[in-house]
Design a protein around this ligand. Structure first.
Ligand code: SF4
Length: 280
């Protein structure tokens, strides 16, 4: 599925800049911070962010120009995850860079941009003036909620800011999370366990519960991975050796099957231009 990204729910990743500050329990084992230490590319924490190069910024326009080929091959639009090594709504990032990013987004209408943040409280004040009453048709807004408390703190933004798609990344899942009928409702929920050194455990019940809530409430669920085979119910419930579980379920890190099923749905995108054309 992925073209220039290994992430299962997108095709490309784009980082307009790099660098960030840990602000949430979900940041404790931040992949990007580990990358920054390894690469020496940027100093993590309250240090200047680093804009990526002009050459790098040209890539989305190339993907956009090739959209016909992609859509013919895959039968859908390309997705771009922004940003995996930074946070678009970081108040320590230069506002001019963010303005340039939204210009790039406007200039690439054939791409669906997935903007994921842990700072949803900043979204409204950092969106461009022409965001409008429905949001840009090619932008999906999302925030991370690693547990119930973080969902409760952050979810009001769904009702406050219009977006073509609202999504929640319940990854790394470090505690239970339930969606309730009366709580703000996203269109899409990504679920995943933490991976790597020092990863915190995820329980199978959390995954079953959130997917069941999604199905009941008409939210598209995307279960990415268990994070570790130590979390995978083939091991914890069926008692398989890790090596055997790996053979039965090789999806994502730690496997990605839930009770024999791959749960990887996407939200139905509102294509306003098409709806308007049909209505006319
Ligand atoms: S917000 Fe994201 S990029 Fe920033 S420190 Fe936390 S996990 Fe890392």
């Amino acid at each position: 599925m992925a073209q220039n990204s290994h992430i299962e729910w997108t095709d490309h990743t784009f980082n307009p800049w790099t660098g960030c500050t840990n602000i949430s329990p979900g940041c404790d084992n931040c992949y990007a911070e580990a990358w920054s230490k390894r690469s020496g590319h940027v100093k993590w924490g309250n240090n200047p962010r680093k804009r990526t190069t002009e050459q790098y910024w040209k890539a989305p326009k190339i993907w956009n120009a090739r959209s016909d080929l992609f859509e013919a091959a895959h039968g859908r639009r390309q997705r771009v995850f922004c940003a995996s090594l930074a946070d678009v709504f970081d108040n320590q990032a230069d506002p001019v860079w963010r303005r340039d990013l939204f210009e790039l987004i406007r200039a690439t209408p054939a791409l669906d941009w997935q903007l994921l943040t842990k700072r949803p409280q900043n979204i409204r004040k950092m969106l461009p003036r022409d965001w409008g009453d429905e949001g840009y048709p090619n932008v999906w807004l999302g925030f991370t909620a690693e547990d119930q408390a973080r969902f409760q703190q952050r979810s009001s933004v769904i009702d406050q800011v219009p977006s073509t798609v609202w999504f929640v990344s319940y990854e790394p899942a470090i505690g239970p999370l339930r969606l309730e009928k009366r709580s703000p409702r996203p269109n899409w929920v990504i679920v995943g366990g933490e991976s790597g050194h020092g990863a915190r455990p995820m329980k199978a019940a959390w995954v079953r519960n959130i997917i069941s809530d999604c199905r009941e409430l008409g939210v598209a669920p995307f279960f990415k991975q268990w994070g570790s085979y130590k979390n995978n119910p083939l091991v914890t419930e069926r008692g398989l050796e890790v090596e055997r579980a790996r053979l039965e379920d090789a999806h994502g890190k730690g496997g990605g099957m839930l009770d024999g099923e791959l749960v990887r749905e996407f939200p139905v995108r509102k294509v306003r231009e098409v709806e308007e054309a049909t209505a006319a």
